[in-house]
Design a protein around this ligand. Structure first.
Ligand SMILES: Cc1cc2nc3c(=O)[nH]c(=O)nc-3n(C[C@H](O)[C@H](O)[C@H](O)COP(=O)(O)OP(=O)(O)OC[C@H]3O[C@@H](n4cnc5c(N)ncnc54)[C@H](O)[C@@H]3O)c2cc1C
Length: 450
């Protein structure tokens, strides 16, 4: 642990704040968004600007601490022993160039603010489903969105970053000035520098049209197969998510959702012309509820119904190379098994399209993967956590035969490392870069395997 007295003396020179374990507000400030993740940093800093970040770099070097940037902590993975946790809230600029379709955004800004700023402009952000995830945390970890088949990962759309290097230099970096650093930033995030602002390509959305089809679970096999078959000839303008919900029969839940199960297929076309394709899915089962029509990024965000307050939850995710009949049957059987109630939702996202031809090079990639799956097991007060862990392990085991070579860092659960997101060569390349840009090891190693 770094000496507290040395960090204490740094705090006197900061324009922003630095909290130490003895401070009353420390406990609240150290918590990540996912309350199930326990992290015990040495201090929590909220720098007011680049000058403060330089003070923190010096203090870290003097004390042997590391700096771990975590704007909101949706991606917190646990071990921050000896680290100064940095919250970027003060870096809040937001500017949209609607002529060029470029967003410039500070690294403390969350997607919800960007989505609001773009409403009615004809542009969409390559944003994930949660409005409270930060643009930086998402983009620097890959980031899969409603627009990924059309425009690739969030990180593929990262044009440039304003970066504070470990040596204190603050500059704009892009693929012309430092391609190696940009490759690392697109997935490995804060292990090679501290990003203060990002420039991101927006997605042109001439005519956004959405469909939401809710089916009875009895039709799950036929519907999932129909969506799988659609992937063979769906254009990259069409993005498709499936969601299998199964609410536990737990007395803590409201009566109207308790014990209910359903499968929803959501499709989004950026050029409005996909009804014939969606109809193939519509005919695969009995549609219990349908919503279709023109939509907007703000309406999509509202429909995603993501929690906006910190919660405790666990999940498991995996990218699959293919969704064959055997995997679909195993998944549907798993969903029906009474002991798997702790998994409330399983998202299945269609990949391909622009993901197979990324416009920029980065560590994060879903090239050649077919599907991205995520299972969510919320922590229900009073319910034993072991059951959720067993269900998530079962979910991983059943998907393993179809597993793709890699997934993206934004879909890694706590404790998982970049080994799941890159080859041995990629990890060697990251380590070699870190040795050059951060020879003293001031930046926290994040999800690099130890
Ligand atoms: C409800 C919910 C919905 C989600 N939906 C999606 C989705 O649709 N698609 C998707 O891809 N992901 C999704 N995620 C995952 C989410 O995108 C990641 O967990 C992301 O990393 C969280 O961003 P954050 O701002 O909370 O990051 P944090 O956990 O605060 O940070 C994550 C990492 O980003 C890096 N980083 C962040 N800021 C900087 C910076 N300024 N400089 C350098 N490095 C930095 C650091 O390495 C840091 O460890 C979702 C998560 C939740 C909880």
């Amino acid at each position: 642990m770094p000496p507290v007295s040395a960090l204490d003396s740094a705090r006197a020179t900061l324009a922003g704040s630095l909290l130490l374990p003895a401070d009353d507000a420390f406990d609240g400030a150290r918590r990540p968004w996912n309350l199930a993740v326990e992290q015990q940093p040495a201090a929590v800093a909220a720098p007011a600007g680049v000058g403060d970040l330089r003070v923190l770099l010096d203090a870290a070097r003097d004390t042997g601490a590391t700096l771990a940037v975590q704007p909101s902590g949706h991606g917190a993975s646990g071990d921050l022993t000896g680290a100064v946790l940095i919250r970027m809230t003060a870096f809040d600029e937001l500017a949209v160039d609607t002529e060029a379709g470029i967003l410039r955004v500070g690294s403390g800004v969350r997607w919800g603010a960007v989505v609001q700023a773009l409403e009615g402009t004809g542009w969409a952000a390559p944003a994930g489903t949660s409005p409270v995830v930060s643009v930086a945390g998402y983009t620097l970890g890959g980031g899969h969105s409603w627009f990924s088949r059309t425009a690739g990962l969030g990180s593929d759309n990262l044009r440039a970053a304003w970066l504070l290097r470990a040596d204190g230099t603050h500059e704009r970096v892009d693929d012309d000035s430092d391609p190696e650093l940009m490759w690392a930033l697109r997935g490995a995030g804060g292990i090679v520098g501290i990003v203060t602002a990002l420039e991101i390509d927006l997605v042109r959305t001439p005519s956004l049209h959405g469909w939401g089809l809710t089916f009875d679970v009895a039709d799950a096999t036929a519907v999932i197969r129909a969506v799988r078959d659609l992937a063979a000839d769906a254009p990259s303008s069409l993005n498709v998510f499936m969601n299998s919900m199964r609410m536990p029969d737990a007395p803590q839940l409201p009566e109207e959702i308790r014990g209910r199960s359903f499968l929803t297929v959501q499709a989004l076309s950026v050029d409005g012309s996909a009804d014939a394709l969606v109809d193939r899915v519509r005919r695969a089962g009995a549609v219990r509820r349908e919503i279709a029509g023109a939509t907007s990024p703000a309406a999509l965000a509202a429909a995603s119904n993501e929690p906006t307050e910190p919660t405790a939850g666990r999940g498991a995710s995996m990218a699959l190379s293919a969704l064959d009949d055997a995997t679909i049957d195993a998944l549907v059987g798993f969903r029906d098994a009474p002991e798997q109630w702790p998994i409330v939702g399983i998202d299945i996202r269609m990949l391909g399209g622009a993901l197979d031809a990324p416009r920029r090079q980065g560590l994060a990639s879903l090239r050649s993967a077919g599907w991205l799956l995520h299972a969510l097991s919320p922590m229900i007060p009073g319910a034993p956590v072991e059951l959720g862990d067993a269900s998530l392990a079962g979910f991983r085991a059943l998907l393993t035969p179809a597993r793709a070579a890699r997934t993206i860092p934004t879909f890694l659960g706590p404790g998982k490392t970049l080994e799941d997101c890159g080859s041995t060569d990629d990890l060697g390349r990251l380590r070699a870069l870190r040795a050059v840009v951060d020879p003293d090891g001031v930046l926290h190693e994040g999800r690099l395997p130890r």
